[in-house]
Design a protein around this ligand. Structure first.
Ligand code: FEO
Ligand code: CA
Ligand code: CA
Ligand code: CA
Length: 672
């Protein structure tokens, strides 16, 4: 399921200018920094903006991996991997056991790994100050489900049990993973282990707490909600909590009420801008069993999703909290940088065609001694959205009452209004429409920030349609014109995507201006059209999605070419743009040189996502998501292994998303 390719919710008309791009990549090298989150976060303000001209370790010394269409994980010959935590594996390491015919009940599913692993983070044990590389908590998102593989044929999807199992397979896992004497990682029993699902009760905090649009019949105060859904990418905080990000939350809502579309207030001002419709997808008929997801019966429930949710992995009894101050949109991930005065800045992308890049800056400072002081740090601060000027400068437009057109006469009265209807606030402020912002990555050593712009089928050459404040729409094109930050468009849009880099003014994450450039344009040098060749110095790829810069300064790029593109409409691999690029993959870029090398190719129809390492850099954890899915979302419950049997092979009954651990055969550090 690739909702991002389906819809266009943004008709704001923001930004459509043409300009040539500054592709200059400043040459830098990095301090060697073999440490975990804690030490980095303590020292981040000291090293921001600092660079060294001497390389201290060999870089990208591994053998590059060729493209492939094998139903396996392929690594450089000097590396190996193992599956640690796959869909259906019990969170306590022993029971309930996964049934290969997919017959586990909803109740069992709630004690097992959810489906479709996405973002993840390794938290060393025993506590947030730890640096262990052999024992930790793996927090991992379960973004969505393949209903056919999960529940069975379509007739069962809307049953009480089918909906319950679908909800239980969404959300987050926290499991303990320990390295065994034989070097293998294993999920073990732990008091910290838990599943958070679409039914787990959690708190609503920040400016939208108690807002009129947040009140429902189950929660008349608008202060708590059951569930987090469509948990896409993720982040963490310097105080050792996990941030899980709700993305395509519109997909689990619907209604059978044919009159619902007449509800113009909801449709125009709230829901249409987030892509809601009577039925976005028949894969998630949750509303047939749970009124919360029926747009007609509980019109405000949808306003309670689309947030960043903070989870304390070290305390299983602690309720997750929706941090509404970070805005409501189709969140991809969160990455943070400390400001020069010690506050936290969080960078975020909204993943849909022609959406925006955001930044939140807290009011209070991070306390690295007393963890409890940070407990509500993400509830107050300033939210900004990015405007990329064509001259390589940029502005963080403040999304606050009274600023940038967010006035009562324009329908904006409170910060709560902005935090519920964040996309519309960003439209009003004049943000730059981008080519589907996916992950943001920060280099805490240099202060550089990067965002993957995965692709954009709707980047064209004419002014976009405009959403008017009265709910009407001024006709225009669904293909906003190219601009300097999104320079590829036309008949095929931007099929390969690109990566944009910026630095906030003065190297201070609190700054309201920045300078930017294009780090690379993805593409395929074998294409005859020069516009499709890209600018990659090294191995080619397209549709960058996952992006992470590790403590040594390596940039990990993970691709998510949609299965419909990889397989083409006729299920062949002849899609003109992607015929040479094989299965989805992970590459490493050296930001200092711009060189890109392919490190991993995944099994059939998967995407590669989630990236983190143990502090000693000797184990890398990533996720293989949706191996074997059908590109047209057809039901494959009768033939689950039609496209892939990864990871269980002949012994398995169906493909499974999974977390894998990657190590070097010689036990050395990864990436060198
Ligand atoms: Fe869930 Fe934008 O990928
Ligand atoms: Ca993604
Ligand atoms: Ca994607
Ligand atoms: Ca995806």
């Amino acid at each position: 399921m690739d909702y991002e390719d389906l819809g266009i919710s943004n008709k704001s008309g923001n930004e459509h200018l043409v300009e040539v791009v500054d592709r200059g990549i400043s040459r830098r090298s990095f301090l060697s920094w073999g440490s975990g989150a804690l030490s980095l976060s303590v020292f981040a303000p000291l090293v921001q903006g600092c660079s060294s001209d001497s390389e201290t370790m060999p870089r990208l010394g591994f053998s590059t991996v060729p493209v492939s269409i094998s139903d396996t994980v392929t690594l450089p010959p000097e590396y190996q991997y193992q599956v640690v935590y796959a869909w259906g594996d019990p969170i306590n390491g022993t029971a309930p056991v996964f049934k290969q015919d997919g017959s586990n009940t909803a109740a069992e599913q709630a004690l097992q790994s959810g489906m479709h692993h996405d973002g993840g983070h390794f938290f060393s044990l025993p506590d947030w100050k730890s640096n262990s590389s052999t024992s930790g908590l793996w927090a991992v998102n379960h973004e969505y489900v393949d209903a056919g593989l999960l529940v069975g044929p379509p007739a069962t999807w809307s049953s009480l049990e089918g909906v319950a199992k679908s909800k239980a397979a969404h959300g987050v896992s926290v499991v303990q993973m320990d390295k065994q004497p034989d070097g293998k990682w294993k999920v073990v029993a732990s008091n910290n282990a838990r599943r958070i699902t679409a039914d787990t009760e959690m708190d609503i905090n920040g400016p939208a707490k108690g807002h009129a649009l947040m009140k429902t019949s189950l929660d008349p105060l608008g202060e708590k909600v059951r569930g987090t859904v469509n948990n896409c990418a993720a982040g963490f905080t310097p105080w050792g909590t996990y941030l899980t990000c709700e993305e395509n939350f519109n997909g689990v809502f619907g209604t059978d009420d044919p009159t619902w579309t007449a509800n113009t207030l909801q449709l125009r001002y709230g829901l249409s801008r987030q892509g809601f419709a009577n039925s976005v997808s028949p894969l998630y008929p949750w509303w047939k069993q749970d009124n919360r997801f029926d747009l007609s019966k509980e019109p405000n429930e949808a306003n309670r999703f689309g947030y960043v949710v903070e989870i304390d992995p070290y305390t299983a009894s602690k309720r997750p909290v929706k941090r509404t101050a970070l805005g409501r949109f189709k969140h991809e991930n969160c990455e943070w940088m400390l400001t020069k005065d010690g506050r936290i800045a969080v960078y975020m992308g909204c993943d849909e065609v022609n959406e925006y890049v955001y930044k939140f800056v807290s009011t209070g400072k991070v306390d690295m001694v007393d963890r409890a002081k940070n407990v509500d740090l993400l509830d107050s601060g300033t939210l900004y959205v990015a405007k990329f000027n064509d001259d390589g400068t940029g502005i963080w437009l403040e999304l606050s009452p009274g600023k940038n057109g967010l006035t009562p006469e324009n329908g904006w009265n409170t910060l709560g209004d902005i935090c519920v209807r964040t996309r519309q606030a960003a439209d009003r402020a004049g943000a730059t429409m981008m080519d589907r912002p996916e992950w943001v990555a920060v280099n805490r050593i240099t202060g550089d920030v990067y965002v993957t712009l995965t692709n954009n089928s709707r980047r064209g050459t004419s002014p976009a349609s405009v959403n008017n404040i009265d709910g009407t729409s001024t006709a225009g094109s669904a293909r906003p014109a190219v601009n300097a930050a999104n320079p590829t468009g036309g008949a095929s849009g931007n099929p390969y995507g690109h990566i944009v880099k910026w630095k906030d003014a003065g190297g201070d994450a609190a700054a309201t201006t920045f300078s930017w450039s294009i780090f690379l344009k993805a593409g395929d040098k074998l294409q005859s059209d020069t516009l499709k060749k890209g600018t990659i110095n090294g191995d080619d790829f397209g549709s960058p999605d996952g992006l992470w810069i590790d403590d040594a300064g390596y940039m990990w790029i993970q691709t998510d070419v949609s299965t419909s593109r990889i397989m083409a409409a006729d299920l062949s691999r002849t899609n003109a743009d992607y015929k040479n690029l094989g299965n989805n993959q992970m590459l490493i870029a050296d930001p200092a040189t711009g060189v890109v090398k392919r490190f991993l190719v995944g099994p059939n129809q998967c995407e590669i996502t989630g990236a983190h390492m143990t502090p000693d850099r000797k184990t890398m954890f990533i996720n293989i998501q949706h191996p074997g899915e059908d590109g047209s979302d057809a039901d494959i419950s009768a033939t689950p292994k039609k496209y892939s049997s990864w990871p269980d092979g002949a012994a398995g009954g169906r493909p499974r998303s999974a977390t894998i651990a990657i190590t070097r055969k010689d036990g050395g550090e990864i990436g060198t």
